[in-house]
Ligand binder design. Structure first.
Ligand code: ZN
Length: 275
């Protein structure tokens, strides 16, 4: 599943390839992905993509008064093609531009979503109103993180909650916890301020590095707009079960936490006794 760095990589490609293009029509082949598909198609006609932004794992196409909100979920991908190129299986939404090209949305799992929102209320209504701060936002720091990390759920589960750190998923949660030396099952609300400072600094460092390297190419998710991420070469623990921890040489363990395969080093990320 693409996370912040992968979505940011897609965003940069889209910004370069489709901004300033005008939509002639939208063809929707799988209407269940699209909120109000009929009005969605009607509203897009004649709209120009001014710019492409990102918030968390959402791609945001600025159309002026409205913003097209796209979430890739598990395996959504975009391709830029000739508008009259034959359609392929798994191509569910097609934005045909006035210049003869088309942006095609491909999604084997059909979990992706599309909706339109008014720009002036974009951040006040779902889905974006549910997102926490971006880890690379200037105001993201330990004080902020301490104010949102609460309760007894495992820290790993808290990091996957988009209200805590927007854009973090399973890969980067594992890497951030390893960097910070924190066991994934520590209760989220039990961190000292020093732990929280390290966690905030690691989140910023890992996400910054991953964005610079174009994200992680892992399993089925590959950036389709000509960029292949290289952060997989920097992964310390994620998908490394049985391999040596790059910090201490201990074998990396894998454990299901909150339903997600979680990779960690039992020495660098020691479990703590309660109390
Ligand atoms: Zn280690």
């Amino acid at each position: 599943m693409p996370e912040l760095p992968e979505v940011e990589t897609v965003r940069r490609s889209l910004q370069r390839l489709v901004s300033h293009k005008t939509i002639a029509r939208a063809e929707i082949r799988w209407p269940r992905m699209v909120e109000n598909p009929e009005s969605f198609s009607l509203e897009l006609v004649g709209k120009t993509i001014l710019s492409v932004w990102r918030r968390g794992k959402y791609l945001l196409f600025d159309l002026g008064e409205k913003v097209l909100v796209s979430h890739l979920r598990m395996e959504g991908k975009y391709f830029l093609k000739d508008a009259d190129a034959p359609g392929e299986k798994h191509e569910h939404v097609k934005f045909v531009f006035t210049d003869g090209l088309a942006l095609v949305y491909h999604d084997v799992r059909k979990f992706g979503t599309f909706c339109l929102r008014r720009k002036d209320e974009l951040h006040e209504v779902p889905p974006l109103c549910r997102l926490g701060k971006e880890p690379l936002a200037p105001s993201f720091d330990a004080t902020h993180l301490a104010s949102v990390l609460k309760g007894t759920r495992p820290l790993k589960a808290a990091l996957l909650d988009q209200r805590i750190m927007a854009g973090i998923g399973n890969i980067y949660a594992d890497e951030i916890l390893h960097c910070a030396g924190l066991h994934p099952e520590i209760p989220a609300g039990s961190l000292s301020f020093e732990d929280t400072e390290r966690l905030a600094a690691c989140a910023q460092k890992i996400i910054q590095d991953a964005v610079e390297l174009g994200g992680t190419s892992i399993r089925t998710y590959k950036d389709t707009l000509g960029v292949t991420g290289r952060f997989q070469q920097r992964l310390s623990v994620h998908t490394k079960e049985g391999e040596d921890c790059p910090e201490c040489g201990t074998k990396i363990l894998k454990k299901k936490i909150g339903g997600r395969g979680t990779y960690f080093c039992p020495v660098c990320q020691k479990e703590r006794k309660k109390g």
